[in-house]
Design a protein around this ligand. Structure first.
Ligand code: MSP
Length: 474
């Protein structure tokens, strides 16, 4: 098949270690990317780090480290976490990379400038470092940003502005017609309501003195690009836009940018505006997920309900965490995770469910079959592919667990351990069928739980019992 599929995660600020919310969006993308590879699509999966931000500079200062050393150390941590999570990205783009990223970001800026959409203006505003954006007086609560609880910086600067207002109508029509599709519908409505109010021009640069690590504005070294202008362009610079067009020609426009709801505005207004201005095709889709909470509350250090992905990985393993995120967090709504629920689900679905089924079947196979089997690859049922095509990852996992329950039921019904004693040929036939169905289940698990897929495949092909896949936790 020659269908291509280009998927991206947001790029993460290397200002602190990644938490479960970041692990979630990356795992969600990985599941979708692996599914597309599984069905034969030519897939490209991009992730990376958003490094030229004030929040990152502040992180380095807080850690008492040189900014470059700090960013390198943080990004190494990201890569280690993604390795542990079995994230199969094709490229990790760093916006500090002057060879890979900067030429494309500059090219895009030049195109916008050539379109007459960049102009200089004296500007006074309130900059919230948490948002990496100017916010308005009326958004403040007690003088603070309500999302970050911090007092914004009051600045008076001469900046370059981007004429986003000019693009309100074309952006709206692209979103309304689903040429730029926004999933789920509730997020599409939200952005359409915003567009109804009309978009304002945005400050698109900062003085170099304030953000010394930023990308210099073409033609004016005293200014650097606004970090969201710099960051959004990663989706095309990583493919070689402005540098070497081969991947760009093959994969752009993106099939889907996966983002959290907190950064919808940047992706559904500013990014399409930039692309329209520069004459670059728009991405096809935004998949907007919710935020992960714990016990119904926002994860916060003060509440003591923060869950570190490393902790779950160490205790339960990679595939168990991937399973939880894929099945028990909806890709469209806010999710919730607690240690108690995690353990409950682990024991029920993985230790007693899948793990137990695999070991029962393979024990029978090892005892009664003389060799392993490698079933021919058959197509996938639509109950599996249809939700995955729509990014309804949790529904696809649910379907696989229905297959697991059905196979469990089949063992109870057919009683192979008895039959094989009374009628060995008949018994072996049943056992062979069970192993083949287990193999197919393993194959369907591939996007969610790649190592488990491998372990099941190996067990069936080599006719041996798999290691205890998911030991019970008490
Ligand atoms: N650097 C920007 C994105 C630039 S994309 C061109 C940024 N970085 S971030 O590190 O703060 O967040 C990255 C992603 O993590 C965002 O999509 C955000 O929605 C997501 N999450 C942050 N906290 C989250 C949860 N608690 N739950 C789920 N996702 C969360 O924003």
């Amino acid at each position: 098949m020659d269908k291509k599929f280009y998927i991206t995660t947001p790029i993460f600020y290397p200002n602190a270690n990644l938490h479960l919310g970041h692990a979630y969006v990356t795992t969600l993308c990985d599941v979708i990317a692996r599914y597309h590879r599984l069905v034969g699509d030519k897939t490209y999966f991009l992730t990376g780090s958003d490094e030229n931000a004030q929040t990152v500079i502040q992180g380095a200062i807080k850690a008492g480290e040189d900014i470059h050393a700090f960013r390198d150390r943080m990004v190494e941590g990201f890569a280690a976490l993604f390795k542990r999570l079995d994230i199969s990205y094709d490229q990790f783009i760093r916006t500090s990379d002057e060879q890979m990223h900067w030429p494309g970001a500059k090219r895009l800026w030049e195109k916008m400038a050539a379109a007459g959409d960049i102009y200089k203006k004296e500007y006074e505003g309130l900059y919230c470092v948490g948002h990496e954006a100017f916010i308005t007086e009326k958004e403040l609560v007690d003088g603070k940003c309500p999302d970050h609880g911090t007092v914004p910086e009051r600045t008076k600067e001469e900046n370059y502005f981007f004429r986003l207002s000019k693009y309100t109508a074309p952006i709206k029509s692209k979103i309304e017609s689903d040429e730029l599709e926004i999933l789920p519908q509730s997020r599409k409505n939200e952005i359409l309501a915003l567009l109804d109010e009309g978009l304002q021009d945005v400050s698109f640069s900062r003085p170099k003195a304030k953000v010394p690590v930023g990308i210099p504005v073409p033609g004016d070294d005293s200014q650097v690009m606004y970090v969201w202008c710099d960051a959004l362009s990663n989706y095309i610079t990583a493919l070689g836009y402005g540098r070497d067009d081969a991947l760009y020609k093959e994969f752009w426009p993106a099939d889907v940018h996966v983002i959290g709801k907190d950064i919808l505005r940047f992706h559904a207004a500013i990014w399409p505006g930039m692309l329209l201005s520069a004459g670059v095709p728009l991405p096809k889709r935004l998949l907007v997920h919710g935020l992960i909470r714990s016990g119904g509350k926002k994860m916060s250090k003060t509440l003591g309900n923060v869950i570190d992905p490393q902790e779950l990985l160490e205790e339960y393993g990679t595939d168990a965490l991937r399973y939880y995120l894929a099945r028990h967090i909806s890709p469209f709504e806010d999710g919730d995770i607690t240690r108690e629920h995690f353990k409950e689900v682990y024991n029920a679905d993985l230790a007693n469910g899948l793990g137990n089924l695999a070991s029962r079947i393979m024990q029978l196979a090892q005892m009664h079959l003389s060799e392993g089997t490698r079933p021919e690859a058959v197509g996938f049922p639509k109950e599996y592919t249809e939700p995955l095509e729509q990014f309804e990852v949790n529904k696809a996992v649910e379907y696989v667990w229905q297959c697991i329950a059905a196979l469990d039921h089949k063992i109870t019904e057919t009683q192979p351990f008895k039959v094989v004693k009374e009628n060995p040929e008949q018994g072996k036939k049943i056992i062979l069928e069970l192993t083949q169905e287990l193999y197919i289940i393993g194959r369907m698990l591939n996007p969610f739980m790649p190592a488990t897929n491998e372990a099941i495949k190996k067990a069936v092909v080599e006719n041996k019992k798999p290691e205890n896949l998911f030991p019970r936790k008490d």
